[in-house]
Design a protein. Structure first.
Length: 348
């Protein structure tokens, strides 16, 4: 091939090497329904292999945001792929969908095959956790848009659910109990504020240590987003789910109401669950109010499930089989009182 493209800053041969390196990771994600091999113009999935009667496809797309800047600074690339998958599959499983397949998009300033392989290794790990196949993707080298070591990462997930099993906000009722599934940390939202608190408003570094944290600050901030697919599908299979809220950007305040009709709200007991140490450190260092925290972060709860009260004990029994901690954090109530974000009892 001509060197003309390389003279413009695009290394085609490095791209070929990156593709070869990622193949072994992609192959680990194979599942029934996959057709064809990596490298085609499109990924192909055979829905007829799934035995669904009235299948609905549910899709979701997301990125990792400015958490990537911390990965770049630490040259740690094999966790953010998990984040990317998690942000997408947690959204679609919140509607009851079993993830089927995933595609990624990586944009780089310079195609560095080892870095690309590390990113895709993380994506494949996330896909394995979610039960989804990595059936395609794109790596774009754009030296005029990104600095040499910079990259962006986004993904797209597709899942399937029976038409009569789709979870929507009309199913949640007053009296439903709210179960919170513990997060692994900050997950992938609020990092612009996180970086401002620690590195702009204060002089902390990625190597800084806090007595509350078991890792350096940099390591703590790169803990990958937890994937809740197995837990939500297990609950949904036993008809223990009226609604699910993935606690992402906007925290409790924005996301829990997304599973509720306009006539309902949620009452949360702030003493009922474990607020993870990283959030306590951020609130103290950043001098943030509880309202700030509730409107930005997950506080240690990555997914909230509205469970029929008569199914509560069954739901708790199902979740005992998971390594993820769960807490009864509140209940759904009629919307007849104003929102309240400070204090022990929060009304959303």
């Amino acid at each position: 091939m001509s060197n003309a493209y390389k003279s413009a800053g695009v290394d085609v041969h490095a791209g070929y090497e990156a593709v070869e390196r990622m193949k072994k990771h992609v192959q680990k994600t194979n599942r029934p329904g996959i057709m064809g091999a990596l490298g085609g113009f499109g990924g192909v999935f055979d829905l007829s292999s799934l035995q669904y009667k009235q299948p609905l496809l549910v899709s979701g797309t997301d990125g990792v945001g400015t958490k990537l800047l911390l990965a770049i600074q630490q040259k740690t690339y094999n966790t953010v792929g998990i984040d990317c998958v998690a942000m997408c599959v947690n959204d679609i499983v919140a509607q009851g969908a079993e993830p089927l397949y995933f595609l990624d998009y990586i944009a780089v300033g310079k195609n560095q095959p080892q870095m690309i392989e590390d990113i895709v290794e993380g994506v494949s790990q996330g896909c394995i956790q979610a039960g989804a196949a990595l059936i395609g993707g794109e790596t774009a080298e754009m030296p005029d848009m990104y600095a040499h070591d910079d990259f962006d990462l986004a993904g797209f997930a597709v899942g399937v659910v029976e038409k009569d099993k789709l979870i929507d906000k009309g199913q949640v009722k007053a009296g439903d109990v709210l179960i919170g599934l513990q997060s692994s940390g900050i997950h992938s939202n609020g990092y612009s504020l996180v970086r401002k608190i620690f590195f702009k408003d204060n002089d902390y570094t990625l190597d800084s240590q806090f007595p509350e944290l078991s890792h350096s600050l940099g390591q703590e901030l790169l803990v990958p987003t937890r994937i809740y697919v197995k837990e939500i599908l297990a609950l949904h299979q036993q008809e223990c789910v009226h609604g699910v809220a993935h606690i992402t950007g906007g925290g409790f305040i924005e996301n829990i109401p997304r599973m509720l009709s306009d006539e309902l709200t949620a009452k949360i007991d702030m003493d009922s669950f474990e607020i993870l140490p990283i959030f306590k450190v951020m609130q103290r260092v950043g001098k943030l109010t509880q309202t700030d925290m509730l409107g930005t972060f997950n506080l240690g709860i990555g997914m909230v499930v509205a469970v029929p009260r008569e199914k509560l004990e069954q739901a708790k029994d199902i979740l005992k089989n998971s390594e993820i901690k769960h807490f009864v954090i509140g209940e759904v109530i009629d919307k007849n009182q104003p929102s309240q974000y400070e204090g022990k009892e929060v009304i959303l």
